[in-house]
Design a protein around this ligand. Structure first.
Ligand code: ANZ
Ligand code: ZN
Ligand code: ZN
Length: 873
């Protein structure tokens, strides 16, 4: 065998072998336990980055380990191929998004193969394949028929850079999730929504059944869904107003409140600037212009800012009044800048005595303040002297016959009364809004709807699916979708009446594709339905999912929702798509920045100086690798330099999978050195190991052999136990550490030349084989190659995972003190993990104690673990 470790000469060979022998290909097999391991599929951006490689290396260890443990493992890979970057590239570089995406997929697939991942490539697909999205269109139509998708006119988020609307989940602190520098604007548009709100309660409840998910992700979802318990209350308007939407009249405003107990203190009403009543109520009054102006200004402001505590509360009177349902008090109706349209009903009953925002507002506009909840053990609240709202619990005051009642009790009483009077009642409210899925973009799955003058909104006939994206389009430099202008495509006939109709030009949010791709992997080429029933039933749900935390309330929430929809449409029988979830840590690196020339590549920086101006560069803290900070490391380059096995080992050894890694090329070199040492060791010992036919006779009798043989024998069993335990607990770093320890033990074991040489070489071989077997999930090419050098023809891929003998574990010993009647009588060695009973047995069996007992029974025996046994005679 080669004396030097050259990964470049062995890795491609094994990758070819795995492909030729089709070792990664799996079929459903009801007789075998399945394990479905999945990593979040990549967007084909062009090249794999370090985050991908870390994610997929973690997955590959688990996948290969589970195969060795006898599971039928599904480990697929594909491409999240629709989306904006492809379309932008098309506009900038004049390549078609399809060409761009396919080219990138080609390249990245090659990169993944060079890393030796165990994917069943037959199952690969891209979400931009019409054979994939046609089923998504079918599901859309079925959702439409069930009222799970709806077109709604709403105030929606618009990103000027994306040139499209965004779902609420895709807005972060008021900025576009893709464009951290672009504030989202509000626009009123008619758009398609998935009714995720219908599933809000179920999405919450089922979290109880996800013990394998990180608490942090569950909390984020819980907060996003934002359940609160309160009441709806109707406030009659002083007079009815014409309703522009229905043509009828409006006689009331409905509010949502979590404090119905404060109803007697409600002195005015606040509406969101987006509320349609603002215009209705002020029309024709002298307030009209002021209201319109104010609403326009507030609507352009950012929602996050509007809900901030320190935001200056402002408003304008609409000219209209409503009536408090319990006091009959006339309440002026204001538009207030801090009321949001997409929470509750967009209208708030204002209780200045008990809500700080209302308090500030009332002070500013001299509105009435009436305290109604009196805190215990404090001076009676007095509107004239209050300096802030009292938001705590207490006893009811100024509330008619309810005076003296506890406010929590009153909450129930008032809700019941309102219900009886048909003026509202108890209710539950959720913060989550429906999922806006329309996108004014080209590179996505077309929404399968047509608009007919006669029949209105009509779904495409299922037999006409897919509604394929037209390939020949002209991209507009201004970024608008080319579809609405494409008359031959837009003009179609109505599926219902056959008359002329226009297509829906919007495409679906690409998060729709990623909401079910993992279900499609079970039968990726099924051409009669989204899935083959038997296949989904066997493989799903995903046993272990791995991906980034940034998807906590995006992809992970959408997928849970979509799976429940698929269940309700009869496609699947489970409720939750991902039984366990791991959110992997990021790979961090420092960045270099010149005050004048911005971020610099490390290779440009010499002696910490900027190459352009010579000024000292600022070394930034370690942070997530990103192109814009120029602190990325190209995995491809590392693989070329050190090999895939080293790259994988490094990413797994640096930290537990959920923790961050500080990138260090020195430490990757350390991993390379370790593998090189293991290689040279093998090269030195291989002939001897191969000759010995002793290895299958290695067994428990080594426990009684020479000390160094016993030590290596025990060390090997201990390593099997530790590596197994640690992989099971996802502690790959410490698993690798114990493999390294085992390796060091083998290195210091000398088979020697004299008597017993055969036997000693056999032991070494036995130990080395176990080392390679356990190294296999981490460094599969390396393990395969040396396994072959040992003379085995078959691949390590399906090697059974080794077992250990508990009796052969090295026991840790301590000195047990034996006392009789409290006096020290003897000391013996005992295992550290021995319990009280075992210690007593050791003590009573000891010859010194037996002599003292002289055949009598002890009166009492007391054992103190890890310390002593006292025998009372
Ligand atoms: C009357 C009241 C009295 C309120 C009081 C609070 C204290 P959470 O707890 O987060 O669910 N609210 C309702 N809709 C709103 C909207 N669209 N924009 C801004 N605020 C809105 O919040 C519920 C409370 O937030 C509701 O209870 C309402 O004010 C306000 F002493 O109603 B409360
Ligand atoms: Zn954007
Ligand atoms: Zn029609």
């Amino acid at each position: 065998m080669e004396s030097k470790y050259i990964p470049g000469s062995i890795e491609p060979k094994w990758q070819r072998y795995w492909a030729d022998e089709r070792v990664f290909e799996v079929e459903a097999d009801l007789k075998r336990p399945k394990y479905y391991l999945l990593e979040m599929f990549p967007y084909p951006s062009g090249r794999c980055h370090m985050g991908h490689v870390r994610n997929y290396s973690i997955g590959d260890v688990v996948s290969r380990y589970k195969v060795m443990r006898g599971f039928n493992v599904l480990h697929p890979m594909g491409w999240d191929a629709f989306g904006l970057p492809a379309e932008n590239a098309a506009i900038e570089n004049r390549v078609h998004p399809n060409t761009w995406s396919r080219r990138n997929i080609e390249f990245m697939r090659g990169q993944l193969k060079r890393l030796g991942y165990s994917y069943d490539w037959r199952r690969e697909f891209a979400t931009c394949d019409p054979e994939y999205y046609r089923w998504e269109q079918k599901i859309f139509i079925e959702m439409f028929e069930r009222g799970l998708v709806e077109k709604q006119k709403a105030w929606v988020n618009w990103c000027d850079k994306c040139n499209t609307v965004l779902a609420n989940e895709q807005v972060e602190d008021g900025f576009c999730w893709r464009h951290g520098d672009t504030r989202v604007r509000q626009k009123q548009l008619s758009q398609w929504f998935f009714k995720i709100t219908k599933y809000a309660e179920e999405l919450l409840e089922f979290m109880e059944k996800l013990p394998g998910w990180p608490e942090k992700v569950l909390t984020m979802q819980k907060n996003w869904i934002g359940k609160s318990v309160g009441a709806m209350i109707h406030f009659k308007l002083e007079r009815p107003y014409p309703d522009p939407e229905t043509g009828g009249t409006i006689d009331r405003i409905v509010v949502y409140t979590t404090r119905p107990d404060t109803l007697f203190g409600a002195t005015f009403m606040s509406l969101a600037a987006e509320h349609y009543l603002c215009e209705v109520l002020s029309r024709g009054t002298e307030q009209e212009a002021a209201v319109r102006e104010f609403c326009e200004r507030v609507r352009s402001e950012d929602k996050i800012k509007r809900s901030a505590e320190d935001y200056v509360k402002e408003g304008v009177f609409t000219g209209a009044y409503c009536l408090n349902p319990v006091t009959g008090r006339r309440m002026p109706i204001y538009v207030a800048n801090f009321v949001l349209m997409d929470y509750g009903t967009g209208a708030v009953m204002a209780v200045p005595a008990h809500d700080q925002r209302d308090f500030e507002f009332a002070k500013k506009y001299q509105l009435t303040i009436i305290p109604v909840v009196q805190p215990a053990d404090e001076a009676a609240l007095d509107a004239a002297t209050m300096t802030e709202a009292y938001e705590g619990p207490g006893t009811m005051i100024n509330s008619d016959e309810y005076g003296g009642m506890g406010n929590e009790e009153f909450k129930k009483a008032i809700a019941a009364r309102l219900e009886k009077e048909m003026m509202g009642g108890a209710t539950v409210n959720y913060r989550i809004r429906d999922w806006l899925i329309s996108r004014q973009r080209y590179w996505g799955a077309p929404i399968p709807i047509v608009y007919c003058e006669k029949c209105g909104t009509v779904p495409v006939r299922v037999t006409d699916l897919p509604v394929a994206l037209p390939a020949e389009v002209e991209f507009d430099v201004t970024g608008g979708s080319p579809l609405p202008k494409l008359d031959w495509w837009m003009n179609t006939s109505c599926p219902q009446c056959g008359g002329p109709a226009r297509r829906e030009p919007d495409t679906m949010d690409t998060f729709v594709e990623s909401s079910w791709y993992y279900e499609r992997y079970a039968s990726p080429h099924c051409d009669t339905a989204p899935f083959e029933q038997d296949e989904v039933e066997y493989w799903l749900p995903v046993d272990q999912y791995i991906g980034g935390i940034e998807h906590a309330v995006l992809h992970l929430l959408y997928s849970r929702f979509y799976t429940k929809v698929l269940r309700d449409l009869g496609y699947v029988k489970f409720d939750e798509p991902f039984t366990r979830l791991l959110t992997q840590g990021m790979v961090l690196k420092e960045s270099y920045k010149c005050a004048e020339h911005g971020y610099l590549f490390p290779s440009e920086v010499k002696d910490l100086k900027c190459p352009s101006c010579g000024k000292a560069v600022e070394v930034g803290r370690k942070e997530k690798m990103s192109k814009s900070k120029r602190n990325t490391v190209d995995p491809e380059e590392m693989v070329n330099k050190y090999g895939a096995d080293t790259m994988r080992l490094y990413l797994l050894f640096e930290a537990p999978p959920d923790k961050e890694i500080d990138w260090s090329e020195e430490r990757i070199q350390g991993m390379h050195r370790f593998l090189s040492r293991a290689w040279s060791f093998a090269a030195r010992q291989i002939e001897g190991m191969k000759e010995s036919r002793w290895d299958d006779r290695v067994g428990a009798d080594f426990m009684n052999g020479p000390a160094d043989e016993k030590a290596l024998y025990q060390k090997t069993h201990q390593a099997i136990k530790d590596v197994t335990d640690r992989i099971e607990r996802w502690m790959f770093n410490t698993a690798i550490a114990s493999l390294m320890e085992l390796f060091n033990a083998m290195v210091s074991f000398e088979p020697g030349e004299g008597g017993g040489r055969e036997r000693r070489r056999g032991l070494l071989r036995w130990s080395f084989e176990r080392f390679l077997t356990m190294l296999n999930p981490f460094c599969p090419h390396f393990a395969e190659e040396l396994w072959g050098e040992l003379g085995y023809p078959a691949s390590t891929f399906k090697l059974p995972w080794p077992d250990f003998d508990p009796a052969a574990l090295k026991q840790e010993i301590f000195e047990l003190v034996l006392q009789v009647n409290g006096k020290l009588r003897a000391k013996v060695e005992a295992p550290v993990d021995a319990g009280e009973d075992e210690l007593k047995r050791i003590a009573l069996g000891h010859e010194r104690i037996q002599a003292l007992l002289d055949g009598k029974k002890p009166r009492k025996v007391v054992a103190v673990v890890n310390k002593l046994v006292n025998v009372v005679i």
